[in-house]
Write a protein that binds this ligand. Structure first.
Ligand code: NAG
Ligand code: NAG
Ligand code: NAG
Length: 373
Protein backbone atom coordinates (compact mmCIF):
# COMPACT_ATOMS: atom_id res chain seq x y z
CA UNK A 1 0.00 0.00 0.00
CA UNK A 2 1.20 3.51 -0.75
CA UNK A 3 2.06 5.32 2.46
CA UNK A 4 1.52 8.99 3.41
CA UNK A 5 -2.11 9.19 2.35
CA UNK A 6 -3.70 11.45 4.91
CA UNK A 7 -7.36 11.29 3.97
CA UNK A 8 -9.79 8.83 2.45
CA UNK A 9 -10.19 11.17 -0.50
CA UNK A 10 -6.49 10.93 -1.14
CA UNK A 11 -6.41 7.20 -0.56
CA UNK A 12 -8.93 6.36 -3.27
CA UNK A 13 -7.06 7.61 -6.30
CA UNK A 14 -3.87 6.22 -4.85
CA UNK A 15 -5.45 2.82 -4.52
CA UNK A 16 -6.67 2.98 -8.10
CA UNK A 17 -3.21 3.99 -9.17
CA UNK A 18 -1.74 1.15 -7.20
CA UNK A 19 -4.02 -1.32 -8.99
CA UNK A 20 -3.00 0.06 -12.34
CA UNK A 21 0.71 -0.16 -11.72
CA UNK A 22 0.42 -3.67 -10.38
CA UNK A 23 0.99 -5.38 -13.75
CA UNK A 24 4.05 -3.20 -14.27
CA UNK A 25 5.40 -4.20 -10.90
CA UNK A 26 4.95 -7.82 -11.91
CA UNK A 27 6.97 -7.14 -15.04
CA UNK A 28 9.76 -5.60 -13.02
CA UNK A 29 9.66 -8.60 -10.75
CA UNK A 30 9.90 -11.10 -13.57
CA UNK A 31 12.70 -9.26 -15.32
CA UNK A 32 14.69 -9.54 -12.11
CA UNK A 33 14.20 -13.30 -12.35
CA UNK A 34 15.47 -12.89 -15.89
CA UNK A 35 18.81 -12.21 -14.21
CA UNK A 36 18.93 -15.80 -15.38
CA UNK A 37 21.82 -15.40 -17.78
CA UNK A 38 21.05 -17.14 -21.07
CA UNK A 39 23.34 -20.10 -20.47
CA UNK A 40 21.83 -20.78 -17.06
CA UNK A 41 18.11 -20.74 -17.86
CA UNK A 42 18.05 -24.20 -19.38
CA UNK A 43 14.94 -26.37 -19.07
CA UNK A 44 14.35 -30.03 -19.88
CA UNK A 45 10.70 -30.99 -19.83
CA UNK A 46 9.02 -34.40 -19.68
CA UNK A 47 5.34 -35.20 -19.92
CA UNK A 48 2.23 -35.52 -22.02
CA UNK A 49 0.07 -33.22 -24.14
CA UNK A 50 -0.21 -30.75 -21.26
CA UNK A 51 3.33 -29.70 -22.19
CA UNK A 52 3.95 -31.14 -25.69
CA UNK A 53 5.17 -28.29 -27.90
CA UNK A 54 5.15 -30.37 -31.08
CA UNK A 55 6.78 -33.70 -30.18
CA UNK A 56 3.99 -36.04 -31.25
CA UNK A 57 3.61 -34.21 -34.51
CA UNK A 58 7.37 -34.53 -35.17
CA UNK A 59 7.68 -38.08 -33.86
CA UNK A 60 4.81 -39.65 -35.76
CA UNK A 61 4.69 -37.23 -38.66
CA UNK A 62 1.18 -36.13 -37.81
CA UNK A 63 -0.01 -32.78 -39.05
CA UNK A 64 -2.18 -31.06 -36.48
CA UNK A 65 -4.09 -28.44 -38.47
CA UNK A 66 -5.84 -25.22 -37.54
CA UNK A 67 -7.87 -24.35 -35.52
CA UNK A 68 -5.08 -25.72 -33.26
CA UNK A 69 -2.72 -22.79 -32.80
CA UNK A 70 -5.20 -20.24 -34.12
CA UNK A 71 -4.86 -17.82 -31.22
CA UNK A 72 -1.23 -16.95 -30.83
CA UNK A 73 0.91 -18.77 -33.36
CA UNK A 74 -1.76 -18.53 -36.09
CA UNK A 75 -0.41 -21.76 -37.56
CA UNK A 76 -0.05 -25.40 -36.66
CA UNK A 77 2.73 -26.00 -34.12
CA UNK A 78 1.82 -29.49 -32.97
CA UNK A 79 0.43 -28.18 -29.69
CA UNK A 80 -3.02 -29.45 -28.75
CA UNK A 81 -4.32 -26.00 -27.86
CA UNK A 82 -5.53 -22.86 -29.59
CA UNK A 83 -2.31 -21.14 -28.50
CA UNK A 84 0.35 -21.32 -25.83
CA UNK A 85 0.74 -24.01 -23.19
CA UNK A 86 1.67 -23.53 -19.53
CA UNK A 87 5.30 -24.43 -20.31
CA UNK A 88 5.38 -21.70 -22.99
CA UNK A 89 4.29 -19.08 -20.47
CA UNK A 90 6.84 -20.38 -17.97
CA UNK A 91 9.61 -20.00 -20.58
CA UNK A 92 8.37 -16.49 -21.39
CA UNK A 93 8.64 -15.61 -17.71
CA UNK A 94 12.40 -16.24 -17.96
CA UNK A 95 12.63 -14.40 -21.26
CA UNK A 96 13.66 -17.64 -22.95
CA UNK A 97 12.46 -19.08 -26.24
CA UNK A 98 9.88 -21.87 -26.28
CA UNK A 99 11.26 -25.37 -25.89
CA UNK A 100 11.93 -27.21 -29.14
CA UNK A 101 10.70 -30.79 -29.20
CA UNK A 102 13.56 -33.27 -28.93
CA UNK A 103 12.19 -35.12 -31.96
CA UNK A 104 11.93 -32.06 -34.21
CA UNK A 105 14.74 -32.51 -36.73
CA UNK A 106 14.49 -29.13 -38.45
CA UNK A 107 14.48 -25.62 -37.08
CA UNK A 108 15.09 -26.66 -33.49
CA UNK A 109 17.08 -24.61 -31.02
CA UNK A 110 18.37 -26.63 -28.10
CA UNK A 111 20.42 -23.87 -26.53
CA UNK A 112 17.96 -23.43 -23.68
CA UNK A 113 16.92 -27.02 -23.25
CA UNK A 114 14.65 -29.50 -24.94
CA UNK A 115 11.14 -30.81 -24.62
CA UNK A 116 10.69 -34.57 -24.36
CA UNK A 117 6.95 -34.37 -23.62
CA UNK A 118 4.74 -36.21 -26.09
CA UNK A 119 0.96 -36.13 -26.30
CA UNK A 120 -0.68 -39.31 -25.12
CA UNK A 121 2.26 -40.33 -22.94
CA UNK A 122 1.84 -42.01 -19.61
CA UNK A 123 4.25 -43.64 -17.20
CA UNK A 124 3.23 -47.23 -17.90
CA UNK A 125 3.91 -49.49 -19.68
CA UNK A 126 7.45 -48.17 -19.37
CA UNK A 127 8.95 -49.41 -22.63
CA UNK A 128 6.25 -48.07 -24.92
CA UNK A 129 7.05 -44.97 -26.98
CA UNK A 130 6.86 -42.25 -25.82
CA UNK A 131 6.20 -43.00 -22.19
CA UNK A 132 8.19 -41.41 -19.38
CA UNK A 133 10.89 -44.09 -19.23
CA UNK A 134 11.58 -43.64 -22.97
CA UNK A 135 11.60 -39.84 -22.59
CA UNK A 136 14.20 -40.10 -19.82
CA UNK A 137 16.37 -42.34 -21.98
CA UNK A 138 16.00 -39.97 -24.91
CA UNK A 139 17.32 -37.31 -22.54
CA UNK A 140 20.33 -39.43 -21.61
CA UNK A 141 21.04 -39.92 -25.30
CA UNK A 142 20.60 -36.18 -25.89
CA UNK A 143 22.99 -35.33 -23.09
CA UNK A 144 25.76 -37.66 -24.19
CA UNK A 145 25.38 -36.53 -27.81
CA UNK A 146 25.52 -32.86 -26.73
CA UNK A 147 28.70 -33.41 -24.73
CA UNK A 148 30.26 -35.41 -27.55
CA UNK A 149 29.56 -32.62 -30.06
CA UNK A 150 30.79 -29.92 -27.68
CA UNK A 151 34.04 -31.87 -27.30
CA UNK A 152 34.33 -31.68 -31.11
CA UNK A 153 33.95 -27.90 -30.92
CA UNK A 154 30.24 -27.51 -31.65
CA UNK A 155 28.64 -24.39 -30.13
CA UNK A 156 25.09 -23.47 -29.14
CA UNK A 157 24.50 -26.64 -27.15
CA UNK A 158 24.05 -27.15 -23.42
CA UNK A 159 27.35 -28.08 -21.77
CA UNK A 160 28.08 -30.17 -18.67
CA UNK A 161 27.63 -27.16 -16.37
CA UNK A 162 24.38 -26.28 -18.14
CA UNK A 163 22.99 -29.78 -17.61
CA UNK A 164 23.91 -29.59 -13.95
CA UNK A 165 22.28 -26.21 -13.36
CA UNK A 166 19.20 -26.70 -15.50
CA UNK A 167 15.63 -27.27 -14.42
CA UNK A 168 14.04 -30.68 -14.96
CA UNK A 169 10.27 -30.30 -15.26
CA UNK A 170 7.81 -33.19 -15.14
CA UNK A 171 4.07 -33.15 -15.76
CA UNK A 172 2.71 -36.67 -16.21
CA UNK A 173 0.16 -39.09 -14.79
CA UNK A 174 -3.07 -37.82 -16.31
CA UNK A 175 -3.09 -40.43 -19.07
CA UNK A 176 -2.34 -43.23 -16.62
CA UNK A 177 -5.42 -42.33 -14.58
CA UNK A 178 -7.61 -41.54 -17.57
CA UNK A 179 -6.53 -44.75 -19.32
CA UNK A 180 -7.35 -46.87 -16.29
CA UNK A 181 -10.82 -45.37 -16.00
CA UNK A 182 -11.55 -45.72 -19.69
CA UNK A 183 -10.63 -49.41 -19.60
CA UNK A 184 -13.47 -49.72 -17.09
CA UNK A 185 -11.34 -50.23 -13.98
CA UNK A 186 -13.13 -49.56 -10.72
CA UNK A 187 -12.12 -46.67 -8.47
CA UNK A 188 -10.31 -49.08 -6.16
CA UNK A 189 -8.47 -50.68 -9.05
CA UNK A 190 -7.37 -47.27 -10.31
CA UNK A 191 -6.16 -46.30 -6.83
CA UNK A 192 -4.36 -49.64 -6.68
CA UNK A 193 -2.29 -48.62 -9.71
CA UNK A 194 -1.07 -45.36 -8.21
CA UNK A 195 2.00 -46.84 -6.48
CA UNK A 196 3.34 -48.25 -9.74
CA UNK A 197 2.72 -44.94 -11.57
CA UNK A 198 4.57 -43.08 -8.82
CA UNK A 199 7.38 -45.55 -8.84
CA UNK A 200 7.97 -44.62 -12.52
CA UNK A 201 8.08 -40.93 -11.61
CA UNK A 202 10.43 -41.70 -8.74
CA UNK A 203 12.75 -43.67 -10.96
CA UNK A 204 12.66 -40.88 -13.58
CA UNK A 205 13.71 -38.27 -11.02
CA UNK A 206 16.39 -40.55 -9.59
CA UNK A 207 17.78 -41.28 -13.06
CA UNK A 208 17.96 -37.57 -13.86
CA UNK A 209 19.59 -36.99 -10.47
CA UNK A 210 22.12 -39.75 -11.10
CA UNK A 211 22.88 -38.00 -14.37
CA UNK A 212 23.71 -34.77 -12.56
CA UNK A 213 20.29 -33.04 -12.34
CA UNK A 214 19.49 -31.29 -9.08
CA UNK A 215 16.63 -28.87 -9.80
CA UNK A 216 13.24 -30.47 -10.31
CA UNK A 217 9.84 -28.93 -10.97
CA UNK A 218 6.90 -31.33 -10.62
CA UNK A 219 3.32 -30.52 -11.59
CA UNK A 220 0.61 -32.60 -10.02
CA UNK A 221 -2.30 -33.81 -12.11
CA UNK A 222 -5.37 -31.67 -12.85
CA UNK A 223 -9.04 -32.33 -12.09
CA UNK A 224 -9.72 -35.18 -14.52
CA UNK A 225 -13.41 -35.11 -13.60
CA UNK A 226 -13.86 -31.55 -14.89
CA UNK A 227 -12.89 -32.43 -18.46
CA UNK A 228 -15.80 -32.21 -20.94
CA UNK A 229 -14.55 -35.46 -22.54
CA UNK A 230 -15.16 -37.32 -19.27
CA UNK A 231 -18.37 -35.47 -18.45
CA UNK A 232 -19.83 -36.30 -21.86
CA UNK A 233 -19.64 -40.06 -21.21
CA UNK A 234 -23.08 -41.56 -20.62
CA UNK A 235 -23.99 -41.92 -16.92
CA UNK A 236 -26.90 -43.42 -15.00
CA UNK A 237 -27.65 -40.25 -13.02
CA UNK A 238 -25.97 -37.16 -11.62
CA UNK A 239 -25.06 -38.57 -8.23
CA UNK A 240 -21.35 -38.42 -9.12
CA UNK A 241 -21.52 -34.73 -10.10
CA UNK A 242 -20.14 -32.22 -7.59
CA UNK A 243 -21.24 -28.65 -6.88
CA UNK A 244 -19.15 -27.30 -9.77
CA UNK A 245 -20.39 -29.81 -12.32
CA UNK A 246 -17.37 -32.14 -12.22
CA UNK A 247 -17.17 -35.91 -11.68
CA UNK A 248 -16.32 -36.70 -8.06
CA UNK A 249 -14.88 -40.17 -8.63
CA UNK A 250 -12.35 -39.04 -11.24
CA UNK A 251 -11.36 -36.00 -9.22
CA UNK A 252 -10.95 -38.07 -6.08
CA UNK A 253 -8.60 -40.40 -7.92
CA UNK A 254 -6.61 -37.39 -9.12
CA UNK A 255 -6.51 -36.04 -5.54
CA UNK A 256 -5.31 -39.37 -4.21
CA UNK A 257 -2.59 -39.49 -6.84
CA UNK A 258 -1.57 -35.94 -5.95
CA UNK A 259 -1.42 -36.56 -2.21
CA UNK A 260 0.96 -39.43 -2.80
CA UNK A 261 2.96 -37.53 -5.43
CA UNK A 262 3.40 -34.74 -2.90
CA UNK A 263 4.73 -37.23 -0.32
CA UNK A 264 7.05 -38.71 -2.91
CA UNK A 265 8.46 -35.24 -3.63
CA UNK A 266 9.03 -34.69 0.12
CA UNK A 267 10.72 -38.04 0.43
CA UNK A 268 12.98 -37.46 -2.58
CA UNK A 269 13.81 -33.94 -1.36
CA UNK A 270 15.17 -35.35 1.85
CA UNK A 271 16.87 -38.37 0.30
CA UNK A 272 18.56 -36.82 -2.71
CA UNK A 273 21.41 -34.72 -1.36
CA UNK A 274 21.52 -31.15 -2.75
CA UNK A 275 18.41 -31.70 -4.87
CA UNK A 276 15.61 -29.15 -4.92
CA UNK A 277 12.22 -30.56 -5.83
CA UNK A 278 9.36 -28.12 -6.19
CA UNK A 279 5.90 -29.69 -6.19
CA UNK A 280 3.16 -27.48 -7.66
CA UNK A 281 -0.54 -27.96 -7.07
CA UNK A 282 -1.92 -27.55 -10.58
CA UNK A 283 -5.08 -29.39 -9.48
CA UNK A 284 -5.99 -26.59 -7.06
CA UNK A 285 -5.33 -23.95 -9.70
CA UNK A 286 -7.42 -25.65 -12.40
CA UNK A 287 -10.24 -26.57 -10.01
CA UNK A 288 -10.40 -22.96 -8.84
CA UNK A 289 -10.67 -21.89 -12.48
CA UNK A 290 -13.71 -24.13 -12.95
CA UNK A 291 -15.30 -23.32 -9.59
CA UNK A 292 -14.80 -19.56 -9.82
CA UNK A 293 -14.93 -19.24 -13.61
CA UNK A 294 -16.82 -15.94 -13.72
CA UNK A 295 -14.06 -14.31 -11.68
CA UNK A 296 -11.63 -15.17 -14.47
CA UNK A 297 -13.91 -14.01 -17.27
CA UNK A 298 -14.98 -17.44 -18.48
CA UNK A 299 -18.55 -18.22 -19.45
CA UNK A 300 -18.50 -21.98 -19.89
CA UNK A 301 -16.41 -23.86 -17.34
CA UNK A 302 -17.04 -27.41 -18.56
CA UNK A 303 -17.91 -26.90 -22.23
CA UNK A 304 -15.32 -27.35 -24.97
CA UNK A 305 -14.69 -24.47 -27.37
CA UNK A 306 -13.85 -26.82 -30.24
CA UNK A 307 -16.08 -29.87 -30.71
CA UNK A 308 -19.63 -30.76 -31.61
CA UNK A 309 -22.98 -31.09 -29.89
CA UNK A 310 -23.44 -27.79 -28.10
CA UNK A 311 -24.21 -27.44 -24.40
CA UNK A 312 -23.62 -28.74 -21.87
CA UNK A 313 -20.23 -30.14 -22.96
CA UNK A 314 -19.90 -29.65 -26.72
CA UNK A 315 -17.96 -32.89 -26.88
CA UNK A 316 -18.66 -35.81 -29.20
CA UNK A 317 -16.05 -38.60 -29.41
CA UNK A 318 -16.92 -39.12 -33.09
CA UNK A 319 -16.59 -35.45 -33.99
CA UNK A 320 -13.65 -34.25 -31.95
CA UNK A 321 -11.74 -31.05 -32.45
CA UNK A 322 -9.53 -31.64 -35.47
CA UNK A 323 -12.14 -33.62 -37.40
CA UNK A 324 -13.80 -31.91 -40.35
CA UNK A 325 -17.18 -31.97 -38.62
CA UNK A 326 -16.08 -30.18 -35.43
CA UNK A 327 -16.96 -26.56 -34.92
CA UNK A 328 -14.97 -23.92 -33.09
CA UNK A 329 -16.28 -21.21 -30.79
CA UNK A 330 -15.77 -17.59 -31.78
CA UNK A 331 -14.03 -16.54 -28.58
CA UNK A 332 -11.66 -18.93 -26.86
CA UNK A 333 -11.27 -16.39 -24.06
CA UNK A 334 -14.68 -17.43 -22.75
CA UNK A 335 -13.75 -21.10 -22.44
CA UNK A 336 -11.51 -23.03 -20.08
CA UNK A 337 -11.55 -26.16 -22.23
CA UNK A 338 -10.23 -25.98 -25.76
CA UNK A 339 -11.19 -29.41 -27.10
CA UNK A 340 -12.69 -31.32 -24.19
CA UNK A 341 -9.33 -32.53 -22.86
CA UNK A 342 -6.86 -29.66 -23.27
CA UNK A 343 -7.10 -26.17 -21.89
CA UNK A 344 -7.39 -22.97 -23.90
CA UNK A 345 -4.50 -20.55 -24.09
CA UNK A 346 -6.61 -18.17 -21.97
CA UNK A 347 -6.82 -20.78 -19.21
CA UNK A 348 -3.15 -21.77 -19.55
CA UNK A 349 -2.16 -18.13 -19.18
CA UNK A 350 -3.97 -17.87 -15.84
CA UNK A 351 -2.68 -21.24 -14.64
CA UNK A 352 0.89 -20.20 -15.47
CA UNK A 353 0.50 -16.86 -13.67
CA UNK A 354 -0.69 -18.73 -10.59
CA UNK A 355 2.20 -21.18 -10.83
CA UNK A 356 4.58 -18.21 -11.07
CA UNK A 357 3.03 -16.66 -7.95
CA UNK A 358 4.69 -19.50 -5.92
CA UNK A 359 1.51 -19.70 -3.81
CA UNK A 360 0.78 -23.20 -5.04
CA UNK A 361 4.31 -24.49 -4.77
CA UNK A 362 6.08 -26.46 -2.08
CA UNK A 363 8.67 -25.17 -1.27
CA UNK A 364 7.51 -21.71 -2.43
CA UNK A 365 10.43 -21.09 -4.77
CA UNK A 366 10.24 -18.91 -7.86
CA UNK A 367 10.17 -20.69 -11.18
CA UNK A 368 13.48 -19.00 -12.03
CA UNK A 369 15.15 -19.97 -8.74
CA UNK A 370 17.47 -22.43 -10.43
CA UNK A 371 19.11 -19.79 -12.63
CA UNK A 372 20.69 -18.06 -9.68
CA UNK A 373 21.41 -21.13 -7.59
C1 NAG B 1 15.33 -11.04 -23.42
O1 NAG B 1 16.03 -11.76 -24.41
C2 NAG B 1 16.35 -10.98 -25.56
C3 NAG B 1 16.92 -11.93 -26.63
O2 NAG B 1 17.80 -12.86 -26.06
C4 NAG B 1 17.31 -9.87 -25.16
O3 NAG B 1 17.62 -9.06 -26.29
C5 NAG B 1 16.65 -9.02 -24.08
O4 NAG B 1 17.54 -8.04 -23.61
C6 NAG B 1 16.18 -9.87 -22.92
N1 NAG B 1 15.41 -9.06 -21.98
C7 NAG B 1 15.56 -9.14 -20.64
C8 NAG B 1 14.66 -8.29 -19.84
O5 NAG B 1 16.40 -9.84 -20.12
C1 NAG C 1 -16.49 -50.13 -20.82
O1 NAG C 1 -17.86 -50.24 -20.52
C2 NAG C 1 -18.71 -49.62 -21.48
C3 NAG C 1 -20.13 -49.64 -20.95
O2 NAG C 1 -20.43 -50.88 -20.35
C4 NAG C 1 -18.55 -50.32 -22.83
O3 NAG C 1 -19.34 -49.70 -23.81
C5 NAG C 1 -17.07 -50.23 -23.25
O4 NAG C 1 -16.88 -50.96 -24.44
C6 NAG C 1 -16.15 -50.78 -22.16
N1 NAG C 1 -14.77 -50.48 -22.52
C7 NAG C 1 -13.81 -51.35 -22.42
C8 NAG C 1 -12.44 -50.89 -22.86
O5 NAG C 1 -13.94 -52.49 -21.99
C1 NAG D 1 -13.18 -19.99 -5.22
O1 NAG D 1 -12.70 -18.72 -4.82
C2 NAG D 1 -12.76 -18.52 -3.40
C3 NAG D 1 -12.40 -17.05 -3.15
O2 NAG D 1 -11.14 -16.77 -3.70
C4 NAG D 1 -11.82 -19.47 -2.73
O3 NAG D 1 -11.86 -19.32 -1.32
C5 NAG D 1 -12.24 -20.91 -3.08
O4 NAG D 1 -11.31 -21.81 -2.54
C6 NAG D 1 -12.30 -21.07 -4.59
N1 NAG D 1 -12.85 -22.40 -4.91
C7 NAG D 1 -12.07 -23.39 -5.32
C8 NAG D 1 -12.77 -24.69 -5.54
O5 NAG D 1 -10.87 -23.29 -5.50
Amino acid sequence: MPKASTSMAAARPLLLFALHVFPLMLLVESSSTAACTPDRAVIFNFGDSNSDTGGLSAGLGIFIPLPEGRTFFRRSTGRLCDGRLIIDFLCESLNRSYLSPYLEALGSDFSNGANFAISGSSTLPRNTPFNLYIQIHQFIHFKSKSLELIAQGRRGLVNEEGFKNSLYAIDIGQNDLAGAFSSNKSYDEVIGRIPSILSEIESAIKTLYDNGGKNFWVHNTGPLGCLPQKLALPRKDDSDIDQYGCLKTLNNAAREFNTRLSSLCDELSSNLKDATIVYTDVFAIKYDLVANYTKYGFESPVMACCGLGGPPYNYDPNNQCGSSTAQTCAEGLKYISWDGVHYTEAANNIVAAKILSTEYSKPALKFGHFCNA
